[in-house]
Every structure is written in C-alpha cells, then in structure tokens.
Design a protein around this ligand. Structure first.
Ligand code: HEM
Ligand code: HEM
Length: 218
C-alpha cells in the first residue's frame, strides 16, 4: 500500500513537472502501475481454471451423496441402524465445506472470468448473485449440520456408540434450519443448472465450456 502511494506521489509530481516544463523527460513513465499477471489472466481467461472446474463437478457429486444420505438418515426408524450412516454424512458434508472454501480461495487467486459474452448486464448480475448465494449456502448448510451434532448430544451418543442415547432431532429447531437450507440450496442449484442448460441447448453458446475440465485452445 505504502509503495503504491509513494509511486503515485512520484508519478503525480513527474506529471506536474513534465506538463509545466515539457523539456523535462518523463523519467517515471515506466513506474506506472502494471496490473499483476493473475489480474490480467482473470479477464482474458475463457475458462475457469482446471482446479476450479474439478472442484465444481466434484461438489455436484458430493452434494447429491450428502442429500441422499441425509434423507436416508431422516427416514430410518430404528436408531441403531443410523449409527453407521452418520459419520459418512458428516464427512461428505464437511468435505463440501472444505472444497467450497478452497474453491473460493482459488477463485481469488486464479482470477475471475469476464462476464458471459452477449449476455445482458442484468442477466450477468443475476448469474453472479446466484453464484454468491450458492457459496453462502454451501458454507451455511454444513455449519448448521455441525451445530446440530454438537448441541443436541448426538456426538456424545456416537462417541459412546450407544444408540439409546441418540437425541430426537425433530425436537430441535436447528434440525429444521438444516432441512430448510437443503431445500433452498436444491432449488438454487436447480435454477443454476436450468440456466446452464438454457445456454447450452436454447442459446447454443456452449457456456458449459467455461466450466469444462478439458482445456480448449481458442
Ligand atoms: C453439503 C452438505 C450437506 C447436505 C447436502 C446435507 C443434507 C442433509 C439432508 C437432506 C438431511 C435430511 C433433512 C430432512 O429430511 O429434514 C440432513 C440431515 C442431517 N444432517 Fe446434513 N447435510 C450436509 C452437511 C451436514 C454436516 C456437515 C453435518 C454434521 C457435521 C450434518 C448433519 C446432519 C444431521 C445430524 C442430520 C439429521 C439426520 C437425522 O434425521 O437423523 N449435515 N442433511
Ligand atoms: C447439473 C449441474 C450443474 C451445471 C450444468 C453447472 C454448470 C455451470 C456452468 C456452465 C458454470 C459457468 C457459468 C459462468 O461462467 O457464468 C457454473 C458456475 C458455477 N457453478 Fe455450476 N453447474 C452445476 C451444478 C452446480 C452445483 C451443484 C454447484 C454448487 C453447489 C454449482 C456452483 C457453481 C458456482 C458457484 C459457479 C460460479 C463459478 C465459481 O465460483 O466457481 N454448480 N456452473
């Protein structure tokens, strides 16, 4: 920050001097701010980076698995049968959280893509809003899961390997919050996937390429 401020001050001074005395050479022209490579890359990239694309599609599979396991857990009547399924649901759910955080970090590092070509400003804003909402929900949902298992006594029952100590989760509001967030996330993903399919098959602009793992030369 300080370096930038000093550079800006010198540049300003140099500009003032060269405009007042045109005979003076513009020594500091080369000092002008050059955007970092990663920032430039962000707007010249036509595809998300390979690592972001891999996490995107991996998240889709893990999300489906987490929803399937969550619903199965909810439907199982015999408490003992739930014991072995819980850890799988927790691990997959937490993996989604970790991958989302890593992906957000990569997105900052690898640079964002320019908005979709030919799209209206409003459509681009809506798409970006939905992407942000997806991130928010992908973080909030596993967090509510973790709050649920630690505040209801579920972890203790699992540690003791005692099915009789499993809490009745339906009695806790956090269980309802977790379930509601799942519904909102499923609907948001549905909307997002429909938009992608609309681009692919109606607009035929091959939008899916932006999120392809395979690299394209053009
Ligand atoms: C992507 C992440 C996740 C998804 C998609 C997901 C999905 C679900 C679904 C669909 C249910 C059933 C809800 C219902 O039918 O009302 C559920 C229940 C549950 N989830 Fe998750 N979940 C995720 C993450 C987590 C995490 C990280 C934890 C804990 C560490 C967790 C703990 C639970 C618990 C304790 C239940 C209640 C199961 C029961 O009724 O016995 N979830 N989850
Ligand atoms: C069939 C399912 C899916 C399809 C066809 C699909 C397709 C796409 C496409 C084509 C893009 C690039 C859009 C652009 O460049 O503006 C994208 C971006 C994105 N997708 Fe999906 N997607 C699917 C599922 C998911 C799921 C399950 C999630 C998360 C739970 C998700 C989260 C995102 C996010 C956050 C972005 C913005 C890029 C980023 O920040 O990483 N998508 N998706």
């Amino acid at each position: 920050m300080a370096v930038k401020a000093i550079a800006r001050f010198i540049l300003g001074l140099n500009k003032l001097l060269t405009s007042s005395y045109p005979i003076l050479p513009n020594y500091f022209l080369e000092l002008q701010y050059v955007p970092q490579k990663s920032q430039l890359k962000g707007y010249s990239m036509k595809q998300y980076s390979t690592r972001i694309a891999i996490i995107h599609w991996l998240t889709l599979f893990l999300f489906i698995a987490a929803v399937y396991l969550g619903h199965t857990l909810d439907e199982i009547e015999v408490a003992k049968d739930k014991m072995s399924l819980y850890p799988a649901h927790f691990i997959i759910g937490d993996l989604v959280l970790v991958l989302t955080l890593i992906r957000a970090y990569f997105l900052r590092k690898d640079g964002k893509l320019a908005p979709v070509e030919g799209g209206s400003a409003i459509a681009n804003k809506v798409a970006s809003g939905i992407h942000h909402l997806l991130y928010l929900l992908l973080i909030a949902l596993p967090v509510t899961g973790m709050i649920m298992i630690t505040t209801t006594g579920l972890v203790e029952a699992l540690k003791l390997n005692d099915a009789s100590k499993l809490p009745d989760l339906e009695k806790f509001t956090i269980h309802e919050v977790h379930g509601t967030l799942v519904t909102i996330l499923v609907l948001t993903i549905g909307l997002h996937a429909l938009a992608a399919l609309y681009h692919q098959f109606i607009l035929k602009d091959n939008l899916i390429r932006r999120m392809a793992i395979k690299r394209f030369k053009d």
